[in-house]
Design a protein around this ligand. Structure first.
Ligand SMILES: Cc1cc2nc3c(=O)[nH]c(=O)nc-3n(C[C@H](O)[C@H](O)[C@H](O)COP(=O)(O)OP(=O)(O)OC[C@H]3O[C@@H](n4cnc5c(N)ncnc54)[C@H](O)[C@@H]3O)c2cc1C
Length: 422
């Protein structure tokens, strides 16, 4: 693959026909994750589209001119013009394919697709999900010389990467930024030698056959599977939520609070996440209105005391949201007073929703024994109701979901598997 510098940009890119340009950096895990996808697609599309790389650190001015703010970023050009969307962060193979297909005639795309050869690989263990549970299992298995692949639909790290600060993970005197803790966990496991396939589409999971298909054409078989897919935020399921998700409604304070400097926001929920995250958002926002359905928070006492002492925070107890509407730059949240049944409208710049989580089990929920809330039942070795299929972390039926408990589950599953494979 050709590497260019700023001097060659005009000749290679602007006068270069159809081009995809990868701005990469060193010491950049998302760049490492995209590199094999980029190279694989270069082999497939290389006769029609030029695949180029450019080192961002040495070509900063050009990167800034082109609006590139992070690594990796992929830009697409057709006859000197930038086309399609720029891709950055945890880039999936399917996202790149979508952009490449858009700059080629349909007949040519069909010809290229017909050349794709399905691949099959075999490992001892597949771990689905690279949060703390999956990463810990990966580390222990790797140190036991067990051939393991970690598969994630996003970049490694799980929910910890989007948690602003973690102060209760042992081993650190000061609170750790969540992204650093998850980065260190991920690098430790990767350095040991566990194979990573991250930011992929998990197309199919066949637990009985112990095989999965990723990115449509890549089959991975194993002797054992560990499910470590964690949880996702619950949606409220009310009018306007789907349409305004990411356009005024957010489920991640670490990701989005920074956009609300000196602005007013509504926070929905009353558990630990809502209370802690509202406190974090108040570092940016000028005013926060919290909406909670009960007459008291369920968060821990320490977090509640901090919140009550925060002058930026107003609380509406015994109110429930009924709809979201966007009017110009403002979000209108209609909430019902559960005692009087009267509705009022809250005007804000944005809304954060923290109303609990649901297990990520869509791809295999019919095959496993679950508890009443849809979490996977396991025994004390983390074995599920199916032979050779283990589950760890937030996705399993248990009382307390924390980084430490996910890490503990991952440890147990890995040791049990190591013994079973011995
Ligand atoms: C806002 C917030 C703050 C928190 N703060 C703290 C704290 O301060 N201290 C603490 O101990 N805990 C905290 N937690 C809880 C903690 O983050 C979780 O308990 C922990 O991350 C669970 O780890 P896990 O590996 O089970 O799952 P996750 O961390 O959820 O990781 C699951 C991984 O699986 C991937 N995945 C999902 N579906 C699939 C699929 N189909 N195929 C492949 N991969 C998939 C996801 O992309 C993700 O990377 C917090 C949680 C939140 C939401």
């Amino acid at each position: 693959m050709k590497e260019i510098s700023t001097n060659e940009f005009e000749q290679e890119v602007l006068n270069g026909g159809k081009v995809v340009l990868d701005f990469y950096s060193t010491e950049c895990p998302p760049c490492e994750a995209v590199a094999p996808k980029f190279e694989g697609l270069a082999t497939l599309y290389g006769n029609d589209i030029k695949f180029l790389k450019i080192f961002r650190q040495n070509n900063r001015e050009l990167a800034e001119q082109l609006g590139v703010k992070s690594s990796p970023t992929l830009l697409f050009f057709d006859n000197g013009k930038q086309v399609g969307n720029m891709l950055s962060g945890g880039i999936k193979r399917s996202d790149i394919i979508h952009q490449l297909d858009n700059i080629l005639p349909v007949e040519r795309v069909n010809e290229i697709k017909s050349q794709i050869k399905p691949s099959v690989s075999e490992y001892d263990v597949i771990i689905l999900g690279a949060g703390p549970g999956g990463l810990t299992a990966g580390l222990y298995l790797c140190q036991s010389k067990i051939n393991t692949v970690l598969v994630d639909i996003a970049l490694p790290g799980g929910q910890v990467s989007t948690t602003h600060e973690v102060s209760n993970y042992p081993g650190f005197i000061d609170p750790q930024p969540g992204y650093m803790l998850s980065h260190n966990m991920s690098e430790q496991t990767k350095l040991c030698g566990t194979v990573y396939k991250v930011a992929v589409d998990v197309t199919k999971v066949n637990l009985e056959k112990k095989e999965i298909i990723i990115d449509e054409f890549e089959t991975i078989k194993a002797k054992k599977i560990i499910i470590a897919t964690g949880t996702s935020p619950n949606l409220m399921g009310i009018s306007g939520e789907k349409e305004l998700k990411g356009k005024g409604i957010s489920y991640c304070a670490t990701c989005d609070a920074k956009y609300y400097g000196d602005k007013e926001v509504v926070v929905i929920g009353g558990g630990n996440s809502a209370v802690e995250e509202a406190d974090f958002i108040s570092k940016f926002a000028s005013k926060i209105t919290m909406v909670h359905q009960f007459d008291a928070f369920t968060a821990n006492k320490q977090a509640q005391e901090k919140l009550f002492a925060n002058p930026k925070i107003n609380i509406l107890f015994e109110y429930e949201p009924r709809s979201f509407v966007r009017e110009g730059n403002k979000m209108i949240t209609e909430v019902e007073n559960l005692k009087t049944k009267e509705n009022i409208k809250l005007t804000s710049d944005g809304v954060f929703v923290f109303i609990g989580m649901k297990p990520n089990i869509e791809l295999f929920k019919d095959k496993l024994e679950l508890d009443n809330w849809g979490y996977i039942k396991t025994n004390e070795d983390m074995l599920t109701s199916l032979p050779d299929i283990y589950a760890v972390g937030d996705v399993i039926s248990k009382k307390y979901r924390q980084i430490t408990t996910a890490v503990s589950d991952g440890t147990i599953a890995a040791i049990a598997i190591a013994k079973a494979l011995d």
